[in-house]
Design a protein around this ligand. Structure first.
Ligand code: 5RP
Length: 227
């Protein structure tokens, strides 16, 4: 079974949770795109709030009714992918650069369900570089501030500016840039999340701590539920 097949299984199972009339947060990335495609295929009448311009374009093309978070500040459910998830459903997100809108939409939802293939499950977060969205003004000062925080937490200060295929700094939908933190392991996701959140220049980080209530993990044996 390919990783895409596994992701599709998880996406289809998540679609079973969707009922007509629901207000849904629509995640970003290849797994979330399979979920959106399946929503379109089943023609379930929902109102979707996309977490990126890419998802908005996909959903629009499928004829899914869309709203913004300002139109609909309270959502029933968000379904989104993840770059890593640990056994208590803490996540690293932002591999696709949509972490800020993803977090805003998930936080506005009564429930967040993660869909993934089994490669995303880890005993401890941190192997995947942690994305941190920062303002581009004063970038070097923010990078140094984050490096100092990491050293204080005895974590490696290997911080890389994300670049696009044309080697220019990657820009988020909000016009910010992303620093990827190569940490190897994150022994205390709560602590690191709090430190990053209070660092000047940081807009948001990709640690989603205690936000997801269910993960659907697709694999050859079917779909495993983690709650
Ligand atoms: C985008 C994300 C994605 O959910 C994450 O990168 C997983 O992507 P994929 O489903 O393509 O593996 O956080 O910002």
């Amino acid at each position: 079974m390919t990783s895409d097949d596994a992701k599709r299984r998880a996406a289809e199972r998540a679609c079973d949770l969707v009922q007509s009339g629901m207000k849904l947060g629509l995640g970003t990335g290849s797994t979330a795109a399979l979920f959106v495609a399946e929503l379109g295929r089943r023609r379930i009448d929902i109102l979707g709030v996309p977490t990126s311009e890419a998802t908005r374009r996909q959903a629009e093309a499928l004829g899914i009714r869309l709203a913004t978070l300002d139109d609909e500040p309270e959502l029933d459910l968000t379904v989104d992918g993840a770059d890593e998830l640990d056994p208590v459903l803490n996540l690293i997100k932002g591999g696709g650069g949509a972490l800020l809108r993803e977090k805003l939409v998930a936080a506005a939802s009564r429930r967040m369900v993660v869909i993934a293939d089994s490669s995303k499950r880890v005993p401890q977060l941190g192997r995947f570089p942690l994305p941190v969205e920062v303002v581009s003004f004063g970038l070097e000062t923010t990078r140094r501030r984050i490096a100092a925080c990491l050293r204080e937490l005895e974590l490696p200060a290997d911080i890389r500016l994300r670049r696009s295929a044309d080697d220019q700094p990657f820009r988020t939908d909000g016009g910010n840039v992303i620093l990827d933190l190569r940490l190897g392991e994150i022994p205390d996701p709560h602590g690191l999340a709090a430190v990053l959140k209070s660092t000047l220049g940081v807009v948001e980080h990709g640690l989603f701590v205690a936000m997801a209530s269910l993960a659907l993990i697709g694999g050859p044996e079917g779909v495993i539920e983690m709650a």
